[in-house]
Design a protein around this ligand. Structure first.
Ligand code: PMP
Length: 407
């Protein structure tokens, strides 16, 4: 887009301006974690320099300011994903913790022996293992929506997999290993038609396109701050108020209570009931700053830039001899996943690293998905708003070096 100036964006990310192994850094690993703009770094420094105190407790000025900053961040998140109410925003450590929370509260109270939990073959381990653990605990069965050879969900099988025993469906918005964007709105519609609530794993979505949880009509939405230009250690579980109200608490401790006696505890109201202990206050402040940054750049402009770069990257990689791109689904975002004939992904990664190009090689915490494609590992170049065509060109030059080494 014309309003999108990638050079100006890059100037906001200090970490990008360095050499590694004597080469300018080319960072193509944003699906693992994104880099942070100066505005986020400044927000953390400002918070610790001026406002740090514990929240919801003190009567003093700093505690009031810290509480305002933390609750202000909650409102910022609400607005960013267009949740109806701030009490629907639960701060957690990341997507992993969000899924575990839902599995251990909603899941433990609603899923019983013989019931079914439905996930997809495209899930990250963090949206598989917590459900397996739940199924083992309660005697339920894990069912899986398969993927086709292009990396799309086999939607024609969805209705048959939604049975009268299905208690919850969990699906990733974007596959971190292939970049497939799933038709979440349609999936929610079909699940709701059977009375099945849906959790969406949004780890790979929010840095790339606008998400409106009311429009998706999902019951839960999980996000990780560090994958959207915010700090590590902070994430969000969004839940519809009516669903969250029906859930028992998870972790016990301070802040999630109203009164405690040795005989009985009265739990606090939402969202505090699901946030035991001192939260990651600075993380929430940093996440709010990241959302401000994304909105200042504009998600429409970011999406257009991402799309353009993904197309450029797909074409450029197809020109490399012996390279096969995985995941050519209907809609993709942010990820170029590939294998090279006769070269192990880790060797590709090592040679690229010597060229200053940072990618990820491995199973990307999606072993079941890669096994659908008959591979144990891929090379994954993943994109963010600060990437350029020059980054892709450097990757392709590096891949030609790989070919030379293994010729
Ligand atoms: N889901 C997806 C699709 C992911 O890509 C990731 C991180 N790679 C996660 C979940 C887990 O996120 P986190 O480690 O931040 O909890």
């Amino acid at each position: 887009g014309s309003s999108f100036d990638v050079a100006r964006i890059r100037a906001d990310f200090p970490i990008l301006h360095q050499e590694v192994r004597g080469r300018p850094l080319v960072y193509l690993d944003s699906a693992a974690t994104t880099q942070k703009p100066q505005a986020v770094i400044d927000a953390l420094v400002r918070y610790y320099t001026h406002d740090n105190a514990n929240v919801h407790r003190g009567v003093h000025a700093l505690s009031e300011r810290a509480t305002q900053a933390y609750e202000g961040a909650r409102e910022r998140v609400r607005r960013f994903i267009n949740a109806r109410e701030t009490k629907e925003i639960i701060f957690v450590r990341g997507c992993t913790e969000a899924v575990n929370l839902v599995a251990q509260t909603y899941g433990r109270s609603k899923v019983g022996p013989g019931d079914e939990v439905l996930i997809t073959a495209m899930e990250h381990h963090s949206d598989i293992v917590p459900w397996q653990m739940l199924c083992q605990q309660v005697g339920a069965t894990l069912k899986v929506v398969p993927v086709d050879e292009r990396g799309d969900l086999r939607m024609e099988q969805l209705d048959a997999l939604l049975t009268e025993r299905t208690r919850i469906l969990a699906v990733t918005h974007v596959s971190n290993a292939l970049g497939t964007v799933n038709p979440v709105r349609e999936i929610v519609k079909r699940a709701h038609a059977r009375g099945v609530p849906v959790l969406v794993d949004g780890a790979q979505a929010l840095a790339h396109f606008r998400v409106d949880v009311q429009e998706l009509d999902c019951d839960f939405y999980a996000l990780s701050g560090h994958k959207m230009f915010g700090p590590t250690g902070i994430g969000v579980l969004y839940g519809k108020a009516s669903v969250l109200e029906s859930m028992p608490p998870w972790q016990g401790g301070g802040d999630m209570i109203l009164t405690v006696t040795m005989e009985k505890t009265v739990y606090n109201r939402l969202p505090y009931r699901l946030e035991a202990g001192t939260p990651d206050i600075s993380g929430a402040v940093g996440l709010a700053a990241a959302m401000d940054y994304i909105d200042a750049v504009g998600l429409d402009a970011i999406s257009a830039h991402d799309r353009e770069l993904l197309e450029y990257g797909s074409r450029a990689l197809e020109s490399v001899p012996g390279l096969r791109l995985l995941g050519r689904g209907r809609e993709r975002s942010g990820v170029l996943s590939f294998i090279m004939e006769d070269v192990h992904a880790h060797d590709v990664g090592t040679i690229l690293d010597r060229e200053g190009v940072a990618i990820r090689a491995g199973h990307h915490c999606a072993q079941p998905l890669l096994s659908c494609f008959g591979v144990a590992a891929t090379v994954r170049a993943s994109l963010a708003m600060y990437n350029t065509r020059e980054d892709i060109d450097a990757l392709v030059r590096g891949l030609h070096k790989v070919r030379e080494v293994f010729a």
